[in-house]
Design a protein around this ligand. Structure first.
Ligand code: HEC
Ligand code: HEC
Length: 393
């Protein structure tokens, strides 16, 4: 029993209470009450978040608005926003894969390989830190700078030298003047770097997903949540497998923040994926928050990703080194990953920095099927197909 367990129970309890309160809205099993669209911190922004889920925090320096969201969506899907005109955010973040790309490692506009796996953009608004392992990156506005201008690796490949040409390309697009003017009505000049980053951040912050088979089941419609999913849910939230300690709460990650929280936790965990030559080491380009802190105990510590939509985001983990959900479960059951040969050889099960909740367990074939069925019930089909999030060009 731990703190996270009681936290999860509180979350579930308040969820059930709000379900009771909104039963009228849910009784047909199809519609759930959503937050008032006139959210004072967000102008006219339409969150479309069910009322039992707290709204995410917003950045006071960059209030939400439908106009910025629409501009951000156009920029997100626009390859002209890259040095050589060949890459947009949506190359690596594809809607039908919950905004991942199906590759192990991301590939930038000039062919450089990113050391990490493209992250899902499901409910990013609730992440108190951004990327797989960076405790100092705390706003989406700061994060989007990295793919645009980053050099290690090159993603969009924008530099101070090619920036004027990129702005000229955007200015030449007839749709943009109206989009920029409506998104930033108080600014005299448009097409600035800050406006581009702010609009992209508003689009990303608006990518919310709370309509999976599991959500529908909690709201009273269990047509896509049968006996196997229910058994899998019990395993996921049980003390034998311990998954919920790190993947608990309404966003299935212990690294979750919203505007109702007074204390924000920013946890990172080592799950025993590597232990190079028994020294506790992770591969040199992927050592978790150790890369920022320099503390050996931080080696291999990554943020627990939300498991919402995890059924469509393979391959898995920070380096995409695990192919399927079934392999992920085998690793947890073993209490870590043993790599017998090669450069990365070492027994991750014995990693000295491994989290105390990754100890291994025995699992039957039926239990594995059930746990996978539960994880797949977290897929939100409407998120993957919603025209609101789709390519506007
Ligand atoms: C070359 C592929 C690629 C491109 C292009 C790309 N990303 Fe990413 N994105 C990634 C990878 C890889 C990560 C994980 C980075 C890390 O952990 O260091 C990531 C992480 C993120 C995150 C953090 C998500 C989280 O849960 O913390 C956000 C937000 C994001 N990207 C938004 C964008 C936006 C907006 C653009 C366009 C301006 C973009 N990305 C372009 C590959 C890409
Ligand atoms: C100690 C905390 C912890 C526990 C317990 C835990 N996880 Fe994780 N999980 C993580 C972290 C951290 C990552 C990312 C690790 C990495 O990339 O190095 C992760 C990654 C995953 C992924 C890959 C997601 C993706 O987007 O790539 C899945 C699936 C997953 N966990 C499922 C489970 C299941 C199922 C259980 C229970 C059997 C479980 N986890 C238990 C912390 C935990």
């Amino acid at each position: 029993m731990s703190q996270s367990f009681s936290y999860k129970m509180i979350v579930n309890l308040s969820f059930c209470l709000s379900i009771l309160l909104t039963l009228a809205a849910c009784s047909d099993g199809t519609s759930t009450a959503v937050h008032d669209t006139k959210d004072s911190a967000s102008n006219n922004f339409l969150w479309n978040i069910p009322s039992h889920i707290p709204l995410p925090a917003v950045n006071p320096a960059n209030p939400m608005s439908e106009e910025k969201f629409l501009l951000g969506k156009h920029l997100f899907y626009d390859q002209r926003l890259s040095g050589n005109g060949s890459l947009s955010c949506s190359n690596c973040h594809q809607q039908d894969k919950a905004f991942t790309d199906g590759r192990s490692l991301a590939v930038g506009s000039t062919g450089q390989i990113h050391p990490r796996n493209s992250q899902s953009l499901t409910n990013v608004a609730y992440n108190p830190t951004l990327t797989w392992a960076n405790n100092s990156l705390v706003t989406i506005e700061q994060q989007v700078f990295i793919p645009l201008f980053g050099e290690h690796p090159v993603e969009h490949g924008i530099t101070s030298a090619n920036w004027p040409e990129i702005v000229a390309r955007l200015e030449a697009e007839p749709r943009y003047l109206k989009l920029f003017s409506e998104a930033f009505p108080d600014d005299a000049t448009h097409f600035s770097q800050a406006q581009i980053e702010n609009a992209l951040a508003v689009f990303v912050r608006g990518l919310n997903s709370f309509d999976s088979a599991y959500d529908k089941h909690l709201a009273g419609d269990s047509s896509a949540f049968g006996a196997s999913e229910q058994r899998g849910q019990a395993l996921f939230f049980g003390e034998k497998m311990e998954c919920f300690h790190c993947h608990g709460g309404y966003n299935f990650s212990d690294s979750t923040a919203d505007r109702t929280m007074s204390f924000i936790n920013r946890p990172f965990h080592n799950t025993g994926l590597y232990n190079i030559s028994g020294s506790g080491r992770y591969p040199d380009n992927n050592r978790g928050i150790y890369e920022l802190s320099g503390k050996l105990s931080d080696m291999g510590r990554f943020r627990a990703p939300s498991l919402r939509n995890v059924g469509v985001t393979a391959p898995y983990m920070h380096d995409g080194s695990v192919k399927a959900l079934s392999d992920v479960i085998d690793i947890y059951a073993a209490g870590g990953r043993n790599i017998p040969t090669g450069d990365l050889a070492g027994d991750g099960r014995k990693n000295p920095n491994k989290d105390g909740f990754v100890t291994g367990f025995t699992i039957s074939a039926q239990e594995k099927t059930d746990l996978i069925a539960f994880l797949e019930s977290l897929t939100d089909q409407s998120f993957l197909t919603n025209p609101r999030f789709a390519n506007p060009w």
